[in-house]
Design a protein around this ligand. Structure first.
Ligand SMILES: NC(=O)c1ccc[n+]([C@@H]2O[C@H](COP(=O)([O-])OP(=O)(O)OC[C@H]3O[C@@H](n4cnc5c(N)ncnc54)[C@H](OP(=O)(O)O)[C@@H]3O)[C@@H](O)[C@H]2O)c1
Length: 430
């Protein structure tokens, strides 16, 4: 190693790891010229050493994590293995050992990030994770640095490309959920087991990370209410459009009357809303800050090249710190644990679809339940009659308490004329 080299240990050589390796090779001289030190990948850890890896010298492959952890030359480790174990051990031992860490692991950061940040602070090393949220979109840095003097009021985002792709197919082609999911799998946008994506878990991880930085607090996963898109029907997308809305899997964090509200759920947003035009696997985050106003970040939320770009940007930042001997820029420790409002206590406007018997008095019975729960209706539309004399009735409500809406749903289910509570979605953003 030359004196101006900074040795890097790369954990993982999959989609992201390979991208990081290639981009570092391609940009090595430019980065060196800009920062003054040269990034050199010294060792790479993979699960299966016997697999052929195109363009990778066999000698680079490490036999174990310990080989990297115990290498005194290596100052920076990049974790792109994914999952919780053994990634957590790798991350913890890297930081405890006084090495800087760059990672893209949203699951780990959302569940154990606070612990890792504490170790990084104690050891005075960098822990950077731009790629963990929205792939190539530089949202973490914007939130952490560019808005550090402002107050974030609300974050709204489409931060899961898989579900946005599925919803786009359902919206543009009227596909049913199952067919759109198959399509997403065929095109490599969804994994064979899509649970984390379609149940809103992946977006909840990302929202927890973003909100933690924006509101300087430790957001626990249990604080983020999350719903997925498995029960989304094309007819609700269609009826929403007639009412002037699109449906999106919306991640939202807001600071309302002193408490945080954090949720991921399929939601109606107005056709003119900036996030309404975000299609396919793209991601976007709309931030409203007290002084900066509305800011929109848009781009590819995943994929080898965008994600590698974000990881390498973090690497360059660490190199810069090493070169200047400056302290890293970790999120400031939370000064207080912010209160989080329970879902029941939150207010929203609702979209409701009931499948009811087409007979006199049904609407009146439904309206009475809503009125008793203090829910006022903005508009009602009745949609096509089905074979067995049932019709869909769609309601848009004014702001109402979630708790009241849930009680109303229970009461609807007791009405013999109500065959099904077919959909309950929230209306956001107007
Ligand atoms: N893919 C994206 O577009 C994207 C976007 C943003 C963030 N991320 C995050 O980036 C991380 C990596 O994702 P990826 O898509 O690159 O995953 P991937 O393609 O599955 O690659 C994982 C890599 O880690 C290695 N690995 C797995 N378990 C290991 C273990 N126990 N010990 C050592 N090595 C192990 C694998 O080795 P083998 O090669 O031997 O299997 C492989 O090289 C994840 O945290 C993911 O959430 C990914």
């Amino acid at each position: 190693m030359a004196q101006r080299d900074v040795a890097i240990g790369l954990l993982g050589l999959g989609t992201v790891g390979m991208g990081v390796y290639r981009l570092l090779q391609e940009r090595q001289e430019r980065i060196t010229a800009a920062v003054g030190v040269r990034p050199v990948v010294k060792k790479i850890l993979v699960r299966d050493r016997s697999r052929a890896r195109l363009g990778i010298d066999d000698g680079l492959l490490a036999n174990s994590f310990e080989e990297i952890a115990n290498d005194r030359d290596i100052q920076l480790v990049v974790e792109v293995v994914g999952g919780r174990d053994p990634a957590f051990r790798y991350a913890k031992e890297t930081l405890s050992g006084g090495k800087h860490l760059v990672m893209a692991n949203k699951e780990l950061l959302a569940t154990r990030g606070e612990e890792l940040l504490r170790i990084a602070r104690r050891r005075n090393v960098d822990l950077l994770f731009e790629a963990a949220v929205a792939g190539g979109i530089p949202i973490i840095r914007a939130m952490h640095e560019s808005l550090s003097g402002d107050k974030v009021q609300r974050i709204q985002g489409i931060i899961n490309g898989t579900t946005n792709y599925i919803i786009t197919r359902m919206t543009d082609e009227g596909q049913a959920y199952a067919r759109a999911l198959k399509d997403a799998q065929l095109h490599g946008y969804a994994e064979a087991d899509p649970t984390n994506d379609v149940d809103g878990i992946d977006a909840a991880y990302k929202l927890a990370i973003l909100a933690g930085i924006a509101y300087r607090t430790n957001v626990r996963m249990k604080d983020v209410h999350h719903e997925g898109i498995r029960n989304l029907h094309p007819e609700d997308i269609e009826y929403s459009r007639e009412l002037g809305y699109v449906v999106k899997l919306l991640a939202e964090a807001s600071d309302r009357d002193g408490a945080l509200e954090l949720s991921v759920a399929p939601s109606l947003i107005p056709l003119k809303h900036p996030l309404a035009a975000v299609k396919d696997a793209f991601n976007a985050v709309l931030v409203r800050a007290e002084w900066a106003g509305e800011l929109m970040f848009y781009g590819a939320g995943a994929g080898q090249r965008p994600t590698a770009s974000a990881v390498v940007a973090d690497i360059v930042k660490v190199l810069h710190h090493i070169q200047t001997g400056s302290v890293g820029t970790l999120p400031t420790p939370p000064s207080e644990q912010r209160a989080v409002r329970r879902l029941d206590e939150r207010e929203a406007r609702f979209y409701l679809r009931l499948r009811v018997a087409d007979e006199p008095g049904v609407l009146a019975a439904v309206a009475l339940i809503l009125a008793r729960e203090n829910i006022s209706v903005q508009c009602v539309i009745q949609k096509g009659r089905h074979a067995d004399d049932v019709v869909d009735v769609v309601f848009l409500t004014h702001e109402a308490l979630e708790r009241n809406m849930r009680r109303a749903l229970q009461k609807f289910r007791l009405l013999p004329a109500v065959r099904e509570v077919a959909a309950m979605l929230r209306v956001r953003g107007d």
